[in-house]
Design a protein around this ligand. Sequence first.
Ligand code: THU
Length: 157
Amino acid sequence: MTNKELKIAYTEYTAADQLEQVELELVEAAIEATKTSYAPYSNFNVGAAVRLEDGQIVKGSNQENAAYPSGICAERTAMFYAGANYGDKAITAIAVAASQNGVLLASPVSPCGACRQVMAEYQKKGGRPITIILVGADRTLRFSSVDALLPLIFDSI
Ligand code: THU
């Protein structure tokens, strides 16, 4: 028997503008995307921006529905749009931001399990790591691969 431990490496920034310009641009797109959120039930407006290997940015936001399970998170909206429209281009990064009443949350929003699973699969499909940037007004976190947010994923042990 061997006891093992996993460590998760990430970088914390006190302001998003400490990120490299290309990542800051993605952060700004995610914040912009919160404005297209349709969240009349939760009033929690999430925006996501995906960077494709050719440099283009695809945005998404959470879309809710009176039949609750029919709604979808911002991350999956953006990733599925990218998959549906630019399926031949690998996703290289995703930034996620959330606001309430038009104000960016101080702490970063953390993706749900379903979104992490979808990120992991697109990462595998693209054959290169997806950087994840979780944006908050006071704190922004950067993970250099989906593996950090979803270790021991099916197929990875
Ligand atoms: N939501 C996202 O879009 N992304 C996340 O990472 C967390 C949660 C959405 C789902 C729902 O529309 C609302 O936020 C409240 O949970």
